[in-house]
Design a protein around this ligand. Structure first.
Ligand code: MLT
Length: 410
């Protein structure tokens, strides 16, 4: 028999959200008359906006006609989309990113998970804790994480705890990581870093020869002026950061699948023989070998988000979810629960009451309120005693979930 990649056997048996889905399914089968409200996985509920639908239709029409048909697309994605991204998401905000530095993909999950392909096998990585599980699990798969310790930490990963005690602002690491994963606005805590806080990380990476993998999948939810939407708003970031973005949470593309990654031309790493190598070239080589691009139709839909109508409709959807977030925040506060996030992010992070563990609170909400959330400890050891709810639900469900939770009277 063949030998497998042993690193996979070190992982928890299933991915966090698959585990939750299994538990919820078991509950549903044993309580068929309960109406379950799902606020666990951050999946959106609003339909695609009319502009995106129009973009999809345009793509379909092109594919139906020999004269406009598209087969394999360009390796980095279609220029019509990369130009819109560069002009709107960067240039219009005073950031110089060229279309050639943008790689279109099927989403930030794939890119943040795959980017490790271009790293050395022994790179040390640092993650904020709690953290989006993809960053850790993919490094476990690659053999970079070391061994799982009894306290739930991996021996070679540098953890940057984010709890109420430090207001969810990670301290700079005591030992030097090669790679620092930052996700802001943060999943799962819904908290943010100000421009000056993020600058400390850019300065640290520059001073220490580290690279920052900056996941800004939730940037569209930022409304406070001192919160950056892109790491490239910080001077010098182009020498030390790769940025990942997604249309999933911005425009409801969780089912359509489209995102993009920015790798500035000047960003380099060192080969084992000490030569500087462009990370942009490595990623291009990786993507052109292992990936054939997001579909033409999908990219037409993403392009349509950059029309005036697309921008307005997208903004309207974000406002809708942020209203949910404020309903959750105020409902939880009046229920006596402490909560964070939900002002520049679609996630609410709450402290479990009465010393309950994250999973105990999960069971309590599922059994007594039929509401599904995500146990904080699923995102890392520092998430123990916390719990995540998403603002991506339907309005009536969000209101009802808050009422059901409040009825528990903590
Ligand atoms: C989450 O719930 O954390 C996200 O939906 C997961 C994802 O975006 O892949």
């Amino acid at each position: 028999m063949i030998h497998i990649n042993d690193n996979f056997t070190k992982l928890r048996a299933s991915y966090l959200f698959s585990e939750i889905a299994r538990k919820v399914e078991a509950f549903r089968e044993s309580h068929p008359s309960s109406r379950i409200i799902r606020m666990g996985i951050g999946d959106v509920t609003r339909p695609l906006c009319p502009a995106a639908i129009e973009g999809l239709r345009k793509g379909v029409d092109h594919e139906a006609d020999e004269s406009t048909f598209h087969g394999y697309g360009p390796e980095q994605g279609y220029l019509f989309l990369r130009e819109k991204i560069a002009a709107t998401d960067y240039e219009a905000r005073g950031i110089e990113i060229t279309p050639d530095e943008i790689f279109i993909s099927d989403g930030a999950k794939s890119d943040t998970g795959n980017i490790g392909d271009i790293l050395a096998a022994d790179c040390r990585i640092a993650v904020t804790d709690p953290v989006y599980p993809v960053y850790v699990d993919t490094n476990v798969m690659a053999g970079r994480a070391g061994e799982l310790q009894p306290d739930g930490r991996w021996s070679r990963i540098i953890y940057l705890p984010c709890t109420a005690a430090n207001d969810f602002v990670p301290a700079l690491p005591a030992e030097r990581p090669d790679v620092i994963y930052l996700c802001y606005p943060n999943n799962p805590t819904g908290t943010t870093l100000t421009r000056s806080q993020l600058k400390q990380w850019v300065d640290y990476a520059r001073a220490n020869g580290s690279i920052i993998f900056f996941d800004s999948a939730y940037e569209a939810y930022v409304s406070s002026p001192d919160i950056p939407r892109s790491i490239y708003e910080i001077e010098g970031a182009k020498e030390v950061a790769i940025e990942f973005r997604s249309f999933s949470k911005t425009a409801g593309f969780t089912g359509i699948r489209c995102g993009y990654t920015v790798i500035p031309r000047r960003l380099c790493g060192l080969s084992s023989s000490g030569q500087e190598v462009s990370l942009h070239s490595l990623w291009l080589r990786r993507q052109s070998t292992k990936f054939n691009g997001a579909s033409y139709i999908t990219q037409r839909a993403a392009e349509a988000l950059y029309t005036a109508a697309g921008k307005e409709q997208t903004a309207e959807t974000i406002r809708f979810y942020m209203t949910n977030a404020s309903i959750l925040r105020s409902g939880l506060a009046s229920a006596g629960l402490r909560a964070w996030g939900g002002t520049d992010a679609p996630y609410i992070w709450l402290k479990t009451p009465d010393g309950l563990s994250s999973w105990e609170f999960f069971d309590l909400l599922l059994n007594r309120c039929n509401v599904v959330g995500t146990p904080g400890v699923g995102f890392g050891p520092s998430g123990e005693g916390y719990f995540r709810l998403t603002a991506f639900g339907r309005r009536d469900d969000t209101q009802e979930a808050v009422e059901r939770i409040a009825s528990l009277r903590f």
